[in-house]
Design a protein around this ligand. Structure first.
Ligand code: PEP
Ligand code: MG
Length: 866
């Protein structure tokens, strides 16, 4: 019941119902929050009575009474939204303490110091969260108390110091507010409830929601729960744990705890936490004993809880626990955030353990996670100057200029600079900076510290707790030994090893792990659509093949001419004044093109390769500078003046809608002939030498009328016949067309008379359906998004209602004419999971996308089919 109770509330109820030791409590639902905001911050009329009944039940269960002078009930009041928003909203602990109940707590615990420490923490937290008084006021008073006693640490203060401190805190509240600190527990409770609901609208919660697409209407629940104490002595502790390693997915119990502490102390990273297991302690070389050693029987109980939770939720859990005087309490469980690498490993392991099915494993993985795995890591051969080492908190390598504040990270990244955010520790207030940075380095805190958790969630590399790094915010620099690094200086961090290096260290492509291969193989079992790649260079084609593509869905032949001196021949061809000149350029291009396509056929080894005829928007090729024109004139052996004139003749007002695509081949059929020849000669050559015969698919771009296709198909077929005759071989080939103009989609029935296949060019189809320039949309689309006119950039995720409708029409009309006609997509949308789902629903046979998106598409296609 997450929607109603929030994640925390639902999971507490769930844990209680499966018999785990959960302190009694109750939840004010998210509906109360929604009501509160819709009714001028008023609660529903029946709430008061319901809360008092629930509180009475908690009193019965705990055998304590709220505000009682001998046996008082103390509660925590915490937020809990539907989606986890770690640390974004407010919490109040130890609520119910006042001048009377604190004495009872002192008596019951036999520890006056503990009782007054809880009391002063409560007054401080309540004043901050509920009364809105600056924390700095209390920190000053605390420092003063320590100075007066002549001690450094909080816990060295004596009970009477703390007692006095509470008085001073309260005096401060009176000075700030002109009102006494509330003593009455029910008044405290309603104050805290109001503050938690109020924190749903605080700035950092709003930012977090925006970053994570969490709707405002969801609201938060409020959990009121009996307090248990991890700070009542040395038989008490508090900790956080993951049921498996969130960084690499290993099936290890992974967590940290602190003896005699409250939960906040662990995440705040103020004291160095201890490991849960002996194994982890040894592997991290820690000299502090593990929980397994300090409290072996509690550890065993926790191990049992770990298994029970995993079996119940069938997923990795992130838990919080407290040990009060030798008794274990579970305070929270939720699905644990994990790195992409861990997500894959855990999904594969859990399916192998029989905890979940293969299809569940696949459905659990967000396709975009795969993206994180495909990113570079440090080149092992690169020279590196390691200056410090911290915990490997979130994998991946990142380099950038050092910044020390979240705001600076945002400012610099908006100016196009890559930055590494360096902080002593991070807090929820730094969330925008973590997002803007390439990576994060902290000097305090463990694997479960705020920085580590958030960075893992965002897929940012993070090195946490690098204690040797001494940050000096005032001088905007940090020091390690005798090295000083100033703001703006380049550093590299490696979230896999925890190393911090000077300068920018080169990276290498990722090594894909065993679980990656397993997930991909499972995806292939379930998906029905094929996945091809858009590739024109051998490097890209090889990469795509390695990533498991099943052919090339789009060779943009014009891109083959962007490299080196080739552009000159291309320009010579485009600027040719007559047929002879054009032929001379074409001959040069023929040789290059044949060589390229031969290579692609060889790499694809019998898989289909769709070669598209030239489709350059001419302006991309026209030389602009005098030097470029000089080169073309020289190559063509013509006067510079002629090149200049021709270039200016070819200037178009609207090149994207101009003389491009098949229009070029219609006016210069010799271009079409050259390309067809290159393709077929390559097919003949590879067909003779390779074991598997190549499958050549010749694709005509930017078609809008049947007649364009008729004329060009004739040129292609005539060329095929000629090459077959010249070479004395037969080869397989197909002629098809791009569907990338609305007219082509509407005329698909007719086009299918000639075309053997369709490939939807959704880049141009989006451009022309919307009448929205591909090259210019960037200047106003962000505002369209901000104003809610479009939800997502239609060039990123297919506009299913408009462009999608045209695709559906084309599929229906095309297949109506040519039954079972092969159809795919080769626009950028072919690598976008939501668009892939649409393609599956629409009955396409394949998607084609850039090489690095091939694995993402394989997974997304499987999910679409499931
Ligand atoms: C398209 O328009 O979707 C397409 C794949 O072609 P290009 O991006 O080369 O115009
Ligand atoms: Mg196009």
């Amino acid at each position: 019941m997450k929607n109603l109770l929030g994640g925390k509330g639902a999971n507490l109820a769930e844990m209680a119902s499966i018999g785990l030791p959960v302190p009694p409590g109750f939840t004010l639902t998210t509906e109360v929050c929604t009501h509160y905001y819709q009714n001028d911050c008023q609660y529903p009329a029946e709430l008061k009575e319901q809360v008092s009944k629930a509180l009475a039940l908690v009193e019965t269960r705990t055998g304590r009474k709220f505000g009682d002078a001998t046996n008082p009930l103390l509660v925590s009041v915490r937020s809990g939204a539907r989606a986890s928003m770690p640390g974004m909203m407010d919490t109040v602990l130890n609520l119910g303490l006042n001048n009377t109940t604190v004495e009872a707590l002192a008596k019951q615990s036999g520890d006056r110091r503990f009782a007054f420490d809880s009391y002063r923490r409560f007054v401080q937290m309540y004043s901050d969260v509920v009364l809105g008084i600056e924390l700095g006021n209390f920190e000053k008073l605390l420092e003063r108390a320590k100075a007066k006693r002549g001690v450094k640490q909080d816990h060295e203060l004596l009970p009477e110091d703390l007692e006095q401190l509470v008085k001073n805190y309260k005096a401060c509240v009176y000075l700030e507010l002109g009102e006494e600190f509330p003593e009455e527990p029910h008044q405290q409770l309603w104050g805290a409830v109001g503050a938690v609901f109020g924190s749903w609208m605080n700035q950092r919660a709003k930012t977090y929601r925006k970053l994570h697409d969490i709707p405002e209407e969801w609201g938060t629940a409020v959990n009121v729960q009996a307090m248990v104490f991890g700070n009542m002595g040395n038989d008490c502790a508090t900790g956080v744990a993951f049921t498996r390693n969130p960084s690499n997915g290993a099936k290890d119990f992974y967590g940290e705890f602190l003896v005699n502490a409250q939960g906040e102390d662990v995440v705040a990273g103020i004291r160095t936490p201890q490991e849960l297991t002996i194994k982890a302690r040894k592997s991290h070389g820690s000299d502090l004993p593990s929980l397994e050693e300090v409290m072996p029987s509690i550890f065993q109980e926790l191990e049992k809880v770990r298994h029970q939770l995993e079996n119940h939720y069938t997923d990795m859990q992130d838990i919080e626990f407290t040990i009060q005087q030798g008794k274990l309490y579970m305070l929270q469980t939720r699905t644990g955030k994990r790195t992409a690498h861990a997500a894959l490993q855990i999904a594969v392991d859990m399916a192998s353990e029989g905890l979940i099915s293969k299809s569940q494993a696949l459905m659990r993985l967000k396709p975009d996670l795969i993206d994180q795995l495909l990113h570079p890591t440090l080149d092992p051969k690169a020279k590196k100057t390691v200056i410090a080492k911290g915990l490997p908190a979130s994998p991946g390598a990142a380099a950038g200029k050092v910044v020390f504040t979240a705001d600076e990270a945002v400012t610099r990244s908006e100016n196009g600079e890559k930055v590494i955010l360096v902080r002593v520790e991070t807090s929820p207030d730094d969330i925008h900076g973590l997002h803007a940075a390439e990576g994060v380095l902290t000097t305090r805190g463990g694997m479960t510290s705020h920085a580590a958790v958030v960075a893992r969630g965002m897929g940012r590399p993070c090195v946490a707790g690098a204690g040797e790094v001494k940050v000096n915010y005032a001088s905007a620099s940090f020091e390690v030994g005798n090295v000083v690094v100033k703001e703006g200086q380049l550093v590299t961090i490696d979230g896999v090893t925890g190393e911090v290096m000077l300068g920018e260290v080169p990276t290498v492509p990722p090594q894909l792990s065993g679980s990656f291969g397993t997930i991909m193989a499972w995806a292939d079992e379930f998906r029905t659509m094929q996945v091809r790649a858009n590739a024109e260079t051998p490097t890209d084609a090889r990469q795509a093949k390695e990533f498991g593509c099943e052919g090339i869905g789009l060779v943009r032949t014009e891109h083959m001419f962007f490299e080196g001196g080739r552009i000159v021949a291309m320009r010579q061809m485009i600027l040719a004044a007559d047929k002879a000149e054009r032929q001379s350029a074409l001959n040069k291009l023929l040789a290059m093109q044949r060589e390229d396509i031969t290579e692609l056929f060889k790499i694809m080894d019998g898989l289909p390769v769709t070669v598209r005829l030239l489709d350059p928007p001419l302006h991309e090729f026209i030389p602009h500078t005098e030097a470029e024109m000089g080169l073309v004139a020289k190559a063509a052996g013509v006067p510079l003046e002629r090149v200049r004139r021709r270039a200016s003749e070819l200037q178009e007002a609207n090149p994207m809608l101009g003389h491009r695509g098949c229009r070029l081949a219609i006016t210069y059929p010799e271009i079409c002939e050259m390309q067809a020849r290159a393709i077929f000669e390559a097919a003949a050559e590879v067909g003779r030498s390779a074991k598997k015969t190549p499958v050549a698919e010749v694709m005509v771009p930017l078609v809008s009328t049947l007649e364009e296709l008729v004329q060009l198909k004739k040129v292609i077929e005539d060329t095929a016949k000629q090459v077959q005759k010249e070479q004395g071989v037969n080869f397989r080939y197909h002629v098809g067309t791009m569907v990338e103009l609305p007219r082509a989609a509407l005329q698909a029935g007719k086009l299918a008379e000639q075309a053997e296949f369709f490939s939807f060019g959704t880049n141009d189809l989006t451009q022309t359906t919307y009448g929205l320039s591909r090259d210019d949309a960037g200047s106003f689309l962000p505002e369209y998004k901000a104003k809610g006119i479009v939800e997502t950039d239609p060039f990123v995720s297919l506009d299913q209602e408009g462009v999608g409708e045209l695709i559906k029409i084309a599929v229906e009309r095309g297949r109506g004419k040519r039954a079972g006609m092969k159809m795919g997509i080769c626009g950028e949308h072919g690598g976008d999971p939501a668009s892939i789902e649409f393609c599956e629903k629409t009955g396409l046979d394949y998607v084609s996308c850039s090489p690095f998106r091939v694995p993402i598409a394989r997974l997304a296609a499987a999910q679409a089919a499931l």
